[in-house]
Ligand binder design. Structure first.
Ligand code: MTE
Length: 318
C-alpha cells in the first residue's frame, strides 16, 4: 500500500515564495548550468525551438474561440508549470529538458476496430493543425490564457475508430523514472492517467495541443502531445501522452487515485463549489496576478453544458 504525501499544490498560495523571486533565481541557475548565459539571444531562442516539428508552426488561428482577457505572457506560461513527473514545484523547466521527444510513439489501444501505433511525425502530418486561444484554469486557482496549436481530439478519435460500445477515452503519460525523477516517488500512483467520456472527447472544444505561442510545445508544457480541455480543471489536461485507450469502464485518474476526497473524475470548473481547502470563486492570472471571477465551465458552458444533462447526481464540479 502506498503512503500518501501532501502534494506541493496543497500549499496555501500565500505560503509560496514570490514568483518573480524564484523565477529569477531559477533562470540564473539554469542559465549558468546550461552555459547559455554566454550564448547570444538568437542562439538561446534556437534552443527553445529545437524540435523536428518546428517547421509546421505557426499554424492558422481558428477565430471561433475568443478570449475575454489578454493573452498570458509566453515566459510566464512556459516557466510556471505543474508536471509532477519532474518535481512538485512550479520550476521544472530544467528537469523537463531530460525528456526525449523523438522517437515518440502513440499507442491506440482497447476497444477499437484494430489497435495500432503511430509515430508523432506521421500523426502530425495527418492531423488538421490549427491555433486556438483558450483559457486554462488550474484547480489551485491560478489561470492563464494561451494560444495552443494542435488538433481537435475528435480527429484522433476518428483515426482510432473506436467500437460503438466504448464509453471512455483513457490517456496515459510516458513512464520512465530514469528521466523523470518524480516517478521514483512510490507514493504517487504513476503513470499519470486521465480520462474523458467519448462524448466529451468528441466535443469540439477537446483539443490535443502540440504547440504553444506559434512554436512546438516546450517539454515542460507536455511535449509532444498534451490535452487541453478548458472547461475542466487543469489536472485533466494530461501531458506527454503515449497511449490512448478506449474502454467501457470509467478509469480512475491520477489525482483521483492520489486523493479521491479532493479530486474527482469530472472536474468541471465551477465558482460555487469550493475545493475542500480553498475557494474557487476567483482565479489569479499568471504574470499580472490580477484576480478574475471564475466562471461556470470556465466560461465554456455554451459548448459543453449539454454534455452533463441527466448527470446532475454525479460529482460534476470537483
Ligand atoms: N500531466 C502530467 N503528466 N503530469 C502533471 O503533473 N499536471 C496537470 C496538467 N497535466 C500534470 C499534467 C496540472 S495540475 C495542470 S494545472 C496542467 O498540467 C499544467 O499545465 P502547464 O504546466 O502547461 O500550465
Amino acid at each position: 500500500m502506498w503512503v500518501h504525501r501532501r502534494p506541493g499544490w496543497r500549499l496555501k498560495e500565500s505560503a509560496a515564495t514570490d514568483e518573480s523571486v524564484y523565477l529569477n533565481r531559477r533562470q540564473l541557475v539554469a542559465g549558468i548550468a546550461a552555459g547559455s548565459m554566454l550564448l547570444p539571444q538568437a542562439a538561446q531562442a534556437q534552443r527553445v525551438t529545437d524540435d523536428p516539428s518546428a517547421k509546421l508552426y505557426p499554424v492558422k488561428r481558428n477565430e471561433k474561440y475568443k478570449l475575454d482577457r489578454p493573452l498570458t505572457d509566453e515566459k510566464e506560461a512556459t516557466t510556471y508549470n505543474n508536471f509532477y513527473e519532474f518535481g512538485t514545484s512550479k520550476s521544472i523547466v530544467r528537469a523537463a529538458q531530460e525528456l526525449k521527444i523523438r522517437p515518440w510513439t502513440l499507442k491506440i489501444a482497447g476497444m477499437v476496430e484494430k489497435p495500432f501505433d503511430i509515430g508523432i511525425d506521421d500523426l502530425l502530418a495527418k492531423m488538421p493543425l490549427e491555433e486556438r486561444l483558450y483559457r486554462h484554469r488550474c484547480v489551485e486557482a491560478w489561470a492563464m490564457a494561451v494560444p495552443w496549436s494542435g488538433f481537435p481530439l475528435k480527429a484522433l478519435v476518428d483515426l482510432a475508430k473506436p467500437l460503438g460500445s466504448a464509453k471512455y477515452v483513457v490517456m496515459t503519460t510516458f513512464m520512465d523514472p530514469s528521466v523523470a525523477p518524480g516517478q521514483k516517488q512510490f507514493f504517487y500512483p504513476w503513470p499519470y492517467v486521465e480520462g474523458l467520456t467519448v462524448a466529451e472527447a468528441t466535443n469540439e472544444l477537446a483539443f490535443i495541443a502540440t504547440g504553444i505561442y506559434g512554436k512546438p510545445m516546450p517539454k515542460q508544457n507536455g511535449s509532444p502531445l498534451r490535452l487541453a480541455v478548458p472547461w475542466k480543471y487543469g489536472f485533466k489536461s494530461i501531458k506527454s501522452i503515449v497511449k490512448l485507450e478506449f474502454s467501457d469502464k470509467r478509469p480512475t485518474s491520477y489525482w483521483e487515485a492520489a486523493q479521491g476526497s479532493e479530486y474527482g473524475f469530472w472536474a468541471n470548473v465551477h465558482p460555487a463549489f469550493p475545493h475542500p481547502r480553498w475557494s474557487q470563486e476567483s482565479e489569479r492570472m499568471l504574470g499580472t496576478n490580477e484576480r478574475v471571477p471564475t466562471q461556470v465551465f470556465n466560461g465554456y458552458g455554451e459548448f459543453v453544458g449539454d454534455l452533463y444533462k441527466g448527470l446532475e447526481k454525479e460529482r460534476l464540479w470537483a
